[in-house]
Design a protein around this ligand. Structure first.
Ligand SMILES: Nc1ncnc2c1ncn2[C@@H]1O[C@@H]2COP(=O)(O)O[C@H]2[C@H]1O
Ligand SMILES: [Zn+2]
Length: 833
C-alpha cells in the first residue's frame, strides 16, 4: 500500500473506533496483576449465573466483561437454551455474529449502545422463562427472540426518527419515513447474520428466522404502540390468545420485546434511574443538535424547558404503565407482579422529584416577581424629575424570553409535560411552522371506551390529548405533519450549520447526496418489489476501505442471496418515536418518597468537547470532508493508524496487509506470524511465549464463552424442544489465570528489549488520566473485533476442534495459556475472508 489513493468512498462509520472508548474495569486492580483475570472472569460467571433474575444489571456485566457484555451474554444464552447443539451451530460463528452486532452499536450514544441491547436481551430472556410462554416456544422462536432483542437498535445513531426525517437523512427517504430506524435495525441484523456465517448454518430455518426477527424488531417502533396495545387488550379481554398457534406466539413475542425495550422503569431503582439519566442525556444531546441546526427543539429534548423527572413521569404514565399493565394481565406471574411494584415505586420517586422541582421553580418565580426592598428604597429617593422622565419613556421591552420560568409560576399539566414549551430558536420563532404532530388515527383507539382516569380527565380539561403527550416520546411516522416540515428543499430556511457537522455519529451525517438519495429511493421503490433490492445497506458495515477489506466476503456472500446488495448508501438510524396510546390509568397515585437526581445530567455533545492535540495529517485528509472527519476523530479521542497507506487499517485489517507492523496497530491480533499446530510447543501458563503462541491469541474473548457449556439457575426450567446443558462447575475457573494480553506489541522505550513487562503495562492503564499508547493497547485487549488469521483449512479445523469440540484437548490447551481466548483462534476455522 504505497502512496495512498483517494478512497473510493470517504463515508465514515466510526462505530468500531468509538467502542474502544470503553473503560477497562480491572484497571483498579492494577496492584495485583496476577489475579486480574481470575477475578474478572469469576465475576462474569457470577453475573451470568444470576442472569435470569430481574435485578440484572447490564452495566455491571459490561464492566466485568471488559466491555463485551453483549457477546458474552448472548453466547451464554445460546449455550443455555441449547441452541448451539440443536442447530449444530459453531460457536465461532455465533461469537462472530454477536461481535458484529456489538460493533454495530455506537458506544458514544449515552443510551442506545450495546449495553442497552444487553439489557433488553436479558429482559427478553426473563420473559422467555415465563411459564406461559416458554412451554410453547420452538427453538427458532427462541433464537429469533434473542437475536431480535439484541439487534433491535442496531446501528442506532442516537437521534430519533423525527430528527432523521427533519434533516432529510437518506434513511428516512429510503424507508419513506416509516419505521425508519426499525427497518434499518432489522436489515442490519440480517446483514450480521450473513456476515458472521450463521445464516449459512441455518439454511433450512433462515426464512422463518429472518421473518421472525423482522417482525420483532419492527414491533419496537413506538409509533405502533397503540396498534399493538389495542390488539393486546382485545385479545386479553376476549381471551383469544392461544400460544399453541404460531401467529399468537409471534404476537406475544412482539409484545415481549416491546416490554423488554421499555423495561428500564421496572428495574430496581438504582438501575432504572441510571437508564433514565442516560436516555435523557441522549434526548438532550439531540436537543442541542437541533438548536445548533436552528431546528425546533423537540420538547423532550429541550433541557431548557423540561427536566429528567418530568420526562420520566410522563414516560412512565403514558408509555410504560399502559403496556406493562396489560403485560401483567397476561403473565399474572411473580415476575410481572414484581415489575409492577417496582414501576410504581420508581414512579413515585420521580413524581416526588418533579414536585420538588416545581416547588423550587415556583419559589424562584415568586421571588423574581417580588420587588427588591433595597430597590424600593432606592426608588423612593428618586427625584420627581426623574420619575417624570421615566414616565415619558416607553415601556421597556419584555425581559429576555424565559419560557420555562413563565410557565412555571403555576404548575400545570402542560408545564409538567412540557408540551406547550416547544422551544424554538428565537430567530426562527416567527418564521418556522410549529411542529404539529400527527395524531395517530387508529380506529380501534378512537373507538375505545377506556375508563377515563383522573389523569385523562385532567388532560382533557387542559385541552391536551394523550396522543399529544405520547408524541413527545417519539416522532411521528408522517413527515408531512410531524417535522418542521419543509415540503421541499427550497422552502427550508437557510441553515447556518449542517446536520453533518452536528450529528453524534459522523456516520449518519455522511449522508448520500440528494441525487444518491433519489437514486436509492427509485431503486427501492421504483420497481417491484422494493424490499428485494436491499438486504443490508453499505452503511453497515461502513463503506471505508479497511472495512471493505473486512466485509468483502460478506458482500460476495450477499450477492448470492435472494436480495441484491446495494452498495452505495451509507449508514444511520435512530430511535423511533411514540404515538399516542389511550393510557388507561387505573391507579390513583400517591407521592410519598423522594428521589435525588444529579443536578445536571447533561453533557456537551461530542463536537463541543475541547479539542485535544491536532491529529496527524494523513495523506487522505486533503479535502474538506476528510479534514472534518479528522477533527471528529480527534474529538472522539479515537485511535488512528496514521502510517501512510495504513490509515484505515485498524484492528480489522486483513493481517496479510499489515507488513508485520505490530507496533502500528492498536489491537493485539497476531499479524503475519507463522502458526504452528496449537497442540504442539505450547508454553506453560504465564511463561515465555514463542511467536507461535503469541500468534494464537489476542486476549479478547473470555474463555468461558468458548468453553463453558452449562448453566445453572434455580429459576430456570428446561424449555421444550431445547435442552439446557447441565453442569456442576465451571472448569475454566480452575484452569485459567493470567490477565495481560500476551501479544502486546513491542513498545518503544519499553525496556526489556522493547517489550514491556506486565506490571508496567498495568501501571500504564491505571486511571491516572495519562493514558498513552500503552494504555490504549491494553484497553484493547478486552474489546477486539473479529480478526482473521490466514490458516490453512487443516489448521483451522484442528484449532477449532481443539478449542471448541474436544474438552480434554481444550483443557490442555487452555491450561497452558493465560489471558483470554483469542477470538481469531475461534474464528479462524471458519473465516470467510
Ligand atoms: N426511561 C425512559 N425515559 C424516557 N424515554 C425512554 C426511557 N426508556 C426508554 N425510552 C424511550 O423508549 C424508546 C423505546 O425504543 P428505543 O429503545 O428505540 O428508544 C427508547 C427511548 O426513546
Ligand atoms: Zn431499544
Amino acid at each position: 500500500m504505497g502512496s495512498s489513493p483517494t478512497p473510493a468512498c470517504s463515508g465514515k462509520f466510526l462505530t468500531m473506533h468509538k467502542r474502544r472508548r470503553k473503560k477497562l474495569t480491572t484497571r483498579s486492580l492494577s496492584q495485583d496483576n496476577a489475579i486480574l483475570d481470575d477475578i474478572h472472569h469469576g465475576q462474569v460467571q457470577k453475573i451470568l449465573n444470576r442472569s435470569s433474575k430481574w435485578a440484572f444489571n447490564a452495566f455491571t456485566l459490561e464492566t466485568v466483561a471488559g466491555g463485551r457484555s453483549l457477546p458474552v451474554f448472548c453466547v451464554h444464552l445460546f449455550h443455555y437454551y441449547g441452541l448451539l447443539d440443536h442447530f449444530h451451530l459453531d460457536v465461532v460463528h455465533v461469537w462472530k455474529l454477536f461481535t458484529l452486532i456489538e460493533e454495530g452499536y455506537h458506544s458514544t450514544n449515552p443510551y442506545h449502545n450495546s449495553i442497552h441491547a444487553t439489557d433488553v436481551t436479558q429482559a427478553m430472556h426473563c420473559f422467555l422463562q415465563e411459564s406461559k410462554i416458554r412451554q410453547h416456544l420452538t427453538p427458532v422462536e427462541i433464537m429469533a427472540a434473542i437475536i431480535g432483542a439484541v439487534a433491535h437498535d442496531l446501528d442506532h445513531p442516537g437521534v430519533n426518527q423525527h430528527f432523521l426525517i427533519t434533516t432529510k437523512n437518506h434513511l428516512a427517504q429510503l424507508y419513506q419515513n416509516m419505521s425508519v430506524l426499525e427497518n434499518h435495525h432489522w436489515r442490519s441484523a440480517v446483514g450480521c447474520l450473513l456476515e458472521s456465517g450463521v445464516a449459512n448454518q441455518l439454511i433450512p430455518y433462515r426464512d422463518e428466522l429472518e421473518k421472525q426477527i423482522r417482525d420483532l424488531i419492527l414491533a419496537t417502533d413506538i409509533n405502533r404502540q397503540n396498534e399493538f396495545l389495542t390488539q393486546f387488550k382485545k385479545h386479553l379481554d376476549e381471551k383469544t390468545l392461544d400460544l399453541r398457534k404460531p401467529g399468537d406466539r409471534n404476537f406475544i413475542l412482539q409484545i415481549a420485546l416491546k416490554c423488554a425495550d421499555i423495561s428500564n422503569p421496572t428495574r430496581p431503582w438504582d438501575i432504572s434511574r441510571k437508564w433514565s439519566l442516560k436516555v435523557c442525556d441522549e434526548f438532550f444531546r439531540q436537543g442541542e443538535f437541533e438548536r445548533k441546526l436552528n431546528l425546533p427543539v423537540t420538547s423532550i429534548c429541550d433541557q431548557q424547558s423540561t427536566s429528567i423527572a418530568k420526562i420520566q413521569v410522563g414516560f412512565f404514565r403514558i408509555v410504560v404503565f399502559p403496556l406493562f399493565y396489560e403485560w401483567h394481565r397476561f403473565l399474572e406471574s411473580d415476575l410481572s407482579n414484581h415489575m409492577m411494584n417496582i414501576l410504581e415505586s420508581n414512579r413515585q420517586k420521580w413524581e416526588e422529584q418533579e414536585r420538588k422541582e416545581n416547588a423550587e421553580e415556583t419559589q424562584t418565580e415568586l421571588s423574581d416577581a417580588e420587588p427588591d426592598i433595597s430597590e424600593d428604597e432606592e426608588a423612593t429617593k428618586r427625584s420627581s424629575e426623574a420619575i417624570s422622565i421615566i414616565e415619558t419613556i416607553p415601556p421597556p421591552p419584555p425581559p429576555p424570553r424565559d419560557i420555562r420560568r413563565q410557565s412555571l409560576a403555576v404548575p400545570t399539566l402542560e408545564s409538567t409535560l412540557g408540551v406547550r414549551r416547544h422551544s424554538v430558536p428565537v430567530n426562527m420563532e416567527q418564521s418556522l411552522p410549529r411542529t404539529i404532530y400527527r395524531r395517530e388515527s387508529l380506529p380501534l383507539n378512537k373507538g375505545s371506551k377506556a375508563t377515563v382516569s383522573p389523569q385523562t380527565e385532567s388532560r382533557a380539561s387542559s385541552g391536551l390529548r394523550e396522543e399529544d403527550e405520547m408524541q413527545r416520546f417519539g416522532s411521528s411516522s408522517d413527515i408531512s405533519s410531524s417535522s418542521p416540515h419543509y415540503s421541499s428543499a427550497e422552502e427550508q430556511p437557510e441553515r447556518p450549520l449542517s446536520a453533518e457537522n452536528l450529528l453524534p455519529e459522523p456516520t449518519i451525517a455522511s449522508m448520500t447526496s440528494n441525487a444518491e438519495v433519489g437514486r436509492l429511493s427509485s431503486v427501492l421503490q421504483g420497481n417491484n418489489p422494493p424490499a428485494k433490492y436491499l438486504t443490508r445497506q453499505q452503511t453497515f458495515p461502513p463503506p471505508q476501505p479497511f472495512m471493505r477489506m473486512r466485509y468483502m466476503s460478506a458482500t460476495v456472500e450477499m450477492s448470492t442471496c435472494k436480495e441484491t446488495v446495494h452498495e452505495d448508501s451509507q449508514s444511520s438510524s435512530s430511535q423511533s418515536s411514540r404515538e399516542n396510546i389511550s393510557a388507561n390509568n387505573k391507579t390513583q397515585y400517591t407521592i410519598p418518597s423522594i428521589a435525588v437526581l444529579s443536578p445536571n445530567n447533561s453533557r456537551p455533545p461530542d463536537f463541543l468537547l475541547p479539542e485535544g492535540p491536532a491529529p496527524q495529517k494523513s495523506s487522505f485528509a486533503n479535502n474538506k470532508r476528510e479534514t472534518e472527519a479528522a477533527d471528529k476523530e480527534k474529538v472522539c479521542k479515537m485511535v488512528k493508524l496514521t502510517e501512510p497507506g495504513q490509515r484505515y487499517e485498524k484492528e480489522n485489517v486483513d493481517p496479510r496487509r499489515t507488513n508485520g507492523s505490530l507496533s502500528k496497530r492498536r489491537g493485539s491480533a497476531p499479524v503475519s506470524l507463522p502458526l504452528a499446530k496449537p497442540d504442539e510447543n505450547m508454553p506453560p501458563a504465564g511463561g515465555g511465549m514463542d511467536s507461535d503462541t503469541q500468534s494464537l491469541r489476542r486476549g479478547s474473548v473470555p474463555i468461558e464463552i468458548a468453553h463453558y457449556q452449562s448453566y445453572e439457575d434455580e429459576n430456570s426450567d428446561p424449555v421444550i424442544n431445547i435442552t439446557p446443558v447441565e453442569t456442576t462447575r465451571m472448569f475454566w475457573q480452575y484452569q485459567r489465570r493470567g490477565s495481560a494480553p500476551l501479544d502486546l506489541p513491542p513498545l518503544v522505550g519499553g525496556g526489556n528489549g522493547g517489550m514491556l513487562d506486565r506490571r508496567e503495562l498495568t501501571r500504564h492503564t491505571s486511571l491516572n488520566g495519562k493514558a498513552g499508547r500503552r494504555k490504549k493497547q491494553l484497553r484493547r485487549r478486552s474489546s477486539g473485533g473479529p480478526e482473521t488469521v490466514c490458516l490453512s483449512d487443516a489448521h483451522s479445523e484442528t484449532l477449532s476442534r481443539l478449542l471448541l469440540r474436544r474438552p480434554e484437548n481444550s483443557d490442555a490447551l487452555l491450561a497452558r495459556r493465560r489471558g483470554s481466548l483469542p477470538i481469531e483462534v475461534l474464528t479462524v476455522g471458519h473465516s470467510v475472508f
